[in-house]
Design a protein around this ligand. Structure first.
Ligand code: ADP
Ligand code: MG
Length: 277
């Protein structure tokens, strides 16, 4: 348990990092729809619902054990990881610092509901539910008051969660994402696979209409996506999104390369926006 708490310090820094892990699990589960809901910035209530493959009843308690993953079976698998997760750490870490309700169902088996307190399963029951998984995380950090003190305002935590959902929605236009904050819908992407549609939903019409599609390759590398016209620049780099193998990354090198392409076409202190993969 102590090891889980220490790991939690690294894996779950704040609600947004828990959301990132839960959404990555939903993506790995092959979900076509993912809904993220938070109340109080995710501190009291944080729920991720997906339409993925679900977890079999006999595997559900195991999923919360440290180093328990279904994504690696042999040591050879380690050399060819095709999933976002593989260390089996997230659920153990998140559950050790919260109260969790899990509701999940696979195509084959009946559904199951599980309740955990501080990482310990306190009840397990058969449950009727659609295929997929819902994880409700309540009272994050209730048993680690020192960590709780580091949280910012509800608004700041909710906005960090929103950023994570936006990154995931841009990375996966083939998945329909919804984000609700205190019961109000903040984002809904259609999941039809069109990245421009996701950009519309996230950037808004004005900026989206000022983006150009780009596609280039060199040796084994390929870069494609959308960049702003030199006239539609931003005051900061917040809307520069780079994805590498489906993962959102921040990279000074890539930002510098992007900005180099606009040299002499942009005033200093202005920055292009982009969604590039
Ligand atoms: P990892 O993602 O590294 O395997 P996690 O702790 O995040 O580790 O999850 C543990 C296991 O629980 C996963 O390997 C997967 O089998 C299962 N799991 C977690 N979330 C989901 C989900 N949303 N849908 C289906 N299975 C899930
Ligand atoms: Mg994971």
């Amino acid at each position: 348990h102590v090891a889980d708490l220490i790991a939690a310090g690294e894996v779950v820094e704040r609600p947004a990092s828990a959301v990132k892990e839960l959404v990555e699990n939903a993506v790995d589960a092959g979900a076509t729809q993912i809904t993220v809901e938070v109340q109080n910035g995710g501190m009291t209530f944080l729920r991720v619902t997906d339409s993925g493959c679900g977890i079999a009843p006999e595997d559900a308690p195991t999923a919360f054990l440290r180093h328990a993953t279904s994504k690696i079976r042999t040591k050879e698998d380690l050399a060819a990881i095709g999933t976002l997760g593989f260390r089996g750490e997230a659920l153990a870490a998140i559950s050790s610092v919260s109260r969790i309700d899990l509701l999940t169902k696979t195509a084959e088996a009946e559904g199951v509901s599980l309740h955990l307190e501080g990482g310990v399963v306190t009840s397990q029951q058969p449950a009727g539910c659609p295929q997929g998984t819902t994880i409700l995380v309540r009272e994050l950090f209730y048993n680690t008051p020192a960590r709780m003190k580091f949280m910012k305002s509800d608004a700041a935590e909710a906005s960090a969660v929103f950023s994570v959902v936006q990154q995931q929605a841009l990375a996966h236009p083939e998945i329909s994402f919804r984000f609700l904050k205190d019961g109000q819908e903040q984002l809904h992407t259609d999941g039809q696979g069109d990245r421009m549609a996701a950009i519309y939903a996230i950037y808004g019409r004005e900026l989206a209409n000022n983006m150009l599609s780009v596609d280039g390759s060199w040796e084994k590398l390929r870069v494609r996506g959308f960049v702003t016209r030199p006239t539609a620049t931003r005051g900061n780099r917040a809307l520069q999104y780079f994805f590498l193998n489906g993962r959102f990354i921040r990279s000074r090198l890539l930002s510098a390369a992007l900005e180099e392409a606009y040299r002499n076409q942009m005033m200093t202190g202005r920055f292009p926006a982009c969604v590039l993969e």
